[in-house]
Design a protein around this ligand. Structure first.
Ligand code: SF4
Ligand code: SF4
Length: 434
């Protein structure tokens, strides 16, 4: 099977010209297959078309006009986690993430999904995520369902199982009492001598479901002498829209965050979510054709930092107490594969006294992948079960990670595998140590 045709006639392509997966991206694939064993969907399904090489092959075929941009193509591209495990493994330097983004942009533009799916996508990506106000309104409804007894009733009566949504219900995050939106516009002073000043991205879903993690992040930064600003006009980073191929919506979010957070007064722009961090660092590529923003986007990404990366860079102060526990750190794909950050979280954990135990495939995807565990629940659970078996083999007391989506997925994994381990973000463990 050749994935690198000598030439493709543009007039035959089943892609439209805008945001097209291009020959210079896919022709690097020499179909060696070294990425196959690294691909969680290939390991779960065992089919070439659900492997990185197979997906690249299908992209080439659509571009050559030999495969329709239809149901089959969309199915296999939809099944991709976007975890970039394959990109790290590829010896030829195939930029799989860029290829996938463009393939998904083509699907968003040229493929007609069922009416309900289209409406739900539009509502979620275009109406809810870009507006903190609308997000908070929806979150309050979910909180009412969770706390009024309705959720317990639906679980106890088996209604959720009957409707086939019990797995999804188990994955849904618990909505917090106090959202992070209350902190917009606030400044948190550094404790002791000031060593830095940062802008903090609170995130969209994290602000309603992981607000305590956001508060812990602010506490850890201020304890370490960092002044934290929460710019009022910031917005969701655009990651979920970007991964869905809705690049113009992601660009809109990127411009809003650049306007709100890029300032000479900040040494860094910090996030505690690996998925958001990798998207912030893609703003320059996303806006490269925008004459008004391309230069500022480059300045922005030069300051964008994951919290682990930032704390390792500035160095943390001695904690008040140690975390005396066996901790396995499970790399978040968007930290390890998209940002190349593997050492910093492990280093921080050791600095607070954790006994870090390494499992096999610690950098393989857990199956969370944004909303993948909701829309591709069956495959996601297969990927998760494999991951939990590797984790169980090192008998951890704590499973640490660096992304809120991974935390939810691991909590579901602990429940499914009846493991006695707690799931925590690295920052939560730092917060406890201080
Ligand atoms: S490892 Fe790289 S070159 Fe080899 S098949 Fe996978 S994507 Fe292609
Ligand atoms: S991004 Fe992940 S799921 Fe998709 S092809 Fe690569 S390794 Fe497989």
């Amino acid at each position: 099977m050749s994935t690198a045709p000598a030439a493709i006639e543009p007039r035959h392509s089943n892609f439209s010209p805008h945001e097209k997966p291009s020959w210079d991206l896919y022709s690097r694939c020499v179909h060696c297959g070294l990425c196959l064993d690294q691909c969680p969907t290939y390991r779960a399904l065992g089919t070439e078309m659900d492997s990185p090489r197979g997906r690249i092959y299908q992209i080439v075929q659509v571009d050559a006009g030999r495969l329709a941009l239809g149901d089959s193509f969309v199915t296999h591209i939809d099944r991709c986690l976007g975890c970039l495990n394959c990109q790290s493994a590829c010896p030829s330097g195939v930029a799989y993430g860029s290829l996938l983004e463009r393939a998904r942009a083509q699907i968003a533009e040229n493929y007609k999904r069922p009416w309900l799916a289209t409406r739900l996508r539009q509502h979620f990506y275009a109406d809810i995520l870009p507006s903190f106000h609308r997000l908070a309104t929806h979150a309050r409804f979910i909180r009412f369902y969770q706390r009024s007894g309705l959720q317990s009733l639906a679980r106890a009566t088996g209604l959720l199982k009957l409707l086939g949504v019990a797995e999804l219900d188990a994955l849904s995050p618990r909505i917090d009492s106090k959202f992070s939106f209350a902190d917009l516009g606030r400044v948190f002073p550094a404790e002791g001598e000031r060593r830095g000043r940062v802008a903090f991205l609170i995130g969209c879903v994290a602000s309603v479901a992981f607000a305590e993690l956001n508060r812990a992040t602010i506490r850890v930064l201020t304890k370490n002498g960092i002044e934290v600003h929460v710019p009022a006009k910031q917005s969701c980073c655009g990651a979920l829209q970007m991964h869905a191929g809705l690049l113009d919506l992601a660009r809109m979010q990127a411009r809003r965050n650049i306007d709100a957070m890029l300032s000479p007064e900040f040494d860094a722009i910090v996030t505690n979510a690996a998925g958001c961090g990798s998207t912030l660092k893609e703003y320059a590529a996303l806006l490269e054709d925008d004459a008004n923003y391309s230069g500022r986007a480059r300045e922005f990404i030069a300051k964008a930092r994951d919290i682990n990366e930032y704390l390792a860079e500035v160095g943390i102060r001695e904690p008040r107490r140690k975390v005396n526990a066996r901790v396995t750190y499970q790399d978040s794909c968007h930290l390890a594969h998209a940002q190349g950050i593997r050492t910093a979280p492990r280093q921080l954990l050791r600095q607070i006294g954790a006994q870090v135990v390494e499992s096999s495939r610690s950098d393989s995807c857990c199956g969370s992948a944004g909303i993948y565990n909701v829309v591709q629940n069956e495959i996601s659970m297969k990927v998760l079960d494999e991951k939990m078996a590797y984790i169980a083999s090192v008998e951890p007391e704590i499973i640490a990670t660096a992304n809120v989506g991974c935390m939810l997925q691991f909590r579901a994994g602990v429940e499914r595998s009846k493991m006695k381990a707690r799931v925590a973000h690295v920052v939560e463990l730092l917060d406890e140590a201080y």
